[in-house]
Design a protein around this ligand. Structure first.
Ligand code: DX5
Ligand code: ZN
Length: 239
């Protein structure tokens, strides 16, 4: 059973630790206090599915010791099925896998739920959103990549928001509680456009940890924009 009760209609912030100082992870997590953070987004990369390496199970274990925030793992790795149990045991509360590397995605998502983690499926910008239609009922979370995965600090690809709108329509049509997360280049200038397209979880790395006034201010700015206050939408953000 999924551990988190989905809260429909609420907009959530999931700061991505990828943009934090890896040498001071504990301080980075503490610096989120007051930002409105309800979960941590942990990007796991294997140098194969994406050309970069990041955190592994030891880091997840360490994070679990220093925070009570739920840990949402975004696995950008090939053959994730081989590692689901290891990551669950390390302390994952949610595990998101990529559609592109899961030939039996329904089975993979079932396995994640059986490990008492929330299940997530992610799609790259080049993957049609409709590829998720038939497994949405197995997803607690649908992650629409708004950049090509692998690195933080990239610019949101506007066309991906059309895919968010497709996934939102399909979730509503099927009467599901599945959350929709946008990941990549999300900041205060486009957060509202993401929400208007149908997202309710905003992953933000650079906009949070790179904010000139610190991560708490960065998180608040993204969340306020997403919820309709503050910076708001610019038409350019969706074109
Ligand atoms: C990239 C990761 C993202 C990344 C987002 O592959 O999945 O979570 O950290 O970082 P920003 O917000 O800087 O684009
Ligand atoms: Zn991510």
């Amino acid at each position: 059973m999924p551990r988190w009760t989905p809260c429909k209609d609420a907009i959530h912030l999931a700061p991505s630790l990828l943009a934090s100082d890896f040498g001071r992870l504990a301080d980075s997590v503490r610096s989120l206090e007051g930002s409105g953070t309800e979960r941590l987004h942990v990007d796991v990369m294997d140098g194969v599915f994406v050309p970069n390496f990041t955190f592994g199970t030891d880091t997840v274990r360490a994070l679990k010791r220093i925070t009570t925030l739920p840990l949402e793992l975004h696995l950008m790795i090939v053959e994730p099925d081989r590692h689901l149990e290891t990551f669950a045991n390390a302390g994952a509360d949610a595990i998101t896998v990529h559609y592109e590397v899961c030939p039996h995605l329904h089975r993979t998502l079932s396995a994640i739920r059986a490990l008492d983690c929330r299940s997530g499926a992610a799609i790259n910008p080049s993957t049609p959103a409709s590829n998720l239609d038939d497994i949405l009922e197995m997803c607690d979370l649908a992650l629409v990549m708004t950049i090509n995965p692998g690195y933080g600090g990239q610019k949101l690809i506007p066309r991906t928001l059309l895919k968010v709108a497709h996934v939102r329509a399909e979730i509503d049509r099927q009467g599901l509680d599945t959350e929709i997360e946008v990941d990549g280049g999300v900041d205060a200038s486009n957060a509202r456009a993401c929400v208007e397209a149908g997202a309710n979880v905003l992953v933000a790395g650079t906009a949070v940890f790179g904010h000139p006034d610190g991560p708490a201010a960065g998180g608040q700015a993204v969340l306020a924009a997403g919820r309709g206050a503050g910076a708001g939408v610019t038409d350019a953000a969706v074109r």
